[in-house]
Design a protein around this ligand. Structure first.
Ligand SMILES: Nc1nc2c(c(=O)[nH]1)N[C@H]1C(S)=C(S)[C@@H](COP(=O)(O)O)O[C@H]1N2
Ligand SMILES: [Mo]
Length: 392
């Protein structure tokens, strides 16, 4: 592992913003407050959720750091930062969302295992770097390949962090070769976030960004890339981040029956209000939040209800500046990024405010969390509900 080392304890973890809500200190897992999250289209780096499975690696020699690409290819090769920087640089605005986002709310139905996240294990950033498709071309894999001559069908990303789930081994994940080599899929080897050098918590010096897919596949602190025949057999692909039906529990779980989760489903949540809000008197309330769908599917609509879901009206949507209305299939829209929505309502009595989004494929969020409850507590995309009480 030239140039990059992995500590076995947390003493050398980087400093973090004191306002983050910390769900676990070691490894460090934290999210911003929901009102801070929805106050900007681009999430500032210090408020971007941090999801680590071990101590944060350290770069001790950036000149020596290289990503070794090998496996089912003719000519294995190490790529140094200078090689990666020589490739065309792309800026991709993409939303990263942890599969465990909104898990705490799922736990209220029935306990689930995993880090307890509120609604902010998500963020939207401008990632910059080389396209993975260009990097793989340097080792002789043509664009839009489904298989290499020696049978490689998946691209595995391996880090160096010491994760207890891997018995001290590194974090790893894979994506299909056809996605990795498709320039349109915008998979990046990213070295910048919001115009600055990537920070340690987010994968310095180099991480993968797989737009439209659960955050777990965007491997940080990239050490090597393997071209393999079958998808990655690591813990986080095979024994975690899989969606089970509500009938499966820890006694009858058979991990081999499900595929690793890749795209995330349609999601939205209200950030401008707490779970329970006490108004001093009836009046106007601003309902502001985010909506996003996986696989690059745009947002068709965000419906808001101020009577617990009996009647609905449509919220306005924006990307970039809040004055630029969002159009789902417009070429100027950020395909992989969330949409912020906003509505105002006159609240005269105690009620429940609800939001649900619809993507361009017509996928809509499920009404109740019970129907999508799963033992790992992933992909809670149920209607987001907040309560208003009037205390006079
Ligand atoms: N090497 C490594 N990569 C990783 C992880 C990790 O623990 N180690 N966590 C994954 C998970 S589950 C998520 S949601 C995202 C979080 O990225 P962030 O911390 O930059 O928000 O990184 C992914 N990549
Ligand atoms: Mo995650």
């Amino acid at each position: 592992m030239p140039g990059l080392t992995a500590p076995s304890d947390y003493n050398q973890d980087p400093p973090r913003h004191p306002q983050l809500l910390v769900n676990s200190k070691e490894p460090f897992n934290a999210e911003p407050h929901r009102t801070a999250l929805v106050s900007s289209y681009i999430t500032p780096v210090e408020f971007f959720y941090k999801r680590n499975h071990g101590p944060v690696p350290i770069v001790d020699d950036i000149d020596n750091y290289n990503v070794f690409i090998s496996g089912l290819i003719e000519n294995p090769k190490g790529l140094y930062m200078k090689d990666i920087r020589k490739l065309p640089k792309y800026n991709v605005t993409a939303t990263l969302q942890c599969a465990g986002n909104r898990r705490t709310a799922m736990s209220k139905t029935k306990m689930v295992k995993g880090v307890g996240w509120d609604i902010s294990a998500i963020g939207n950033a401008v990632w910059a770097g080389a396209k993975l498709a260009d990097a793989l071309e340097l080792v002789g894999i043509p664009k839009c390949s489904h298989v290499t001559p020696s049978g490689g069908k998946h691209v595995e990303f391996v880090s160096i962090d010491k994760c207890k789930e891997e018995n001290g081994g590194p974090y790893k994940a894979s994506i299909p070769l056809c996605q990795a080599t498709n320039p349109e899929a915008d998979v990046l080897l990213a070295y910048e976030m919001n115009g600055e050098t990537l920070e340690r918590d987010h994968g310095y010096p180099l991480r993968v960004i797989v737009p439209g897919v659960i955050g777990a596949r965007s491997v940080k602190w990239l050490d090597s890339i393997n071209i393999i025949a079958k998808e990655c057999q690591g813990f986080f692909m095979q024994k975690d981040y899989k969606m089970f039906p509500p009938s499966v529990n820890w006694d009858n779980i058979d991990w081999s029956t499900r595929r690793p989760q890749m795209d995330f489903p349609i999601q939205c949540a209200i950030g401008s209000l707490e779970d329970v809000n006490k108004l001093v008197e009836p009046g106007k309330v601003t309902i502001k939040g985010y909506a996003v769908s996986g696989g690059g599917r745009g947002i068709e609509r965000v419906d808001v209800s101020i009577d617990g879901g009996k009647t609905w009206f449509e919220a306005s949507k924006s990307q970039k500046a809040s004055t630029t209305p969002y159009i789902s299939d417009d070429e100027n829209s950020d395909k992989w990024a969330w949409v912020l929505f906003e509505a105002e309502a006159d609240i005269s009595r105690r009620t429940e405010i609800v939001a649900k989004a619809v993507d361009i494929a017509g996928n809509v969020q499920p009404e109740n969390v019970e129907f999508i409850w799963n033992v790992r507590g992933i992909l809670n995309t149920s209607w987001h509900r907040v309560h208003i009480e009037i205390v006079r």
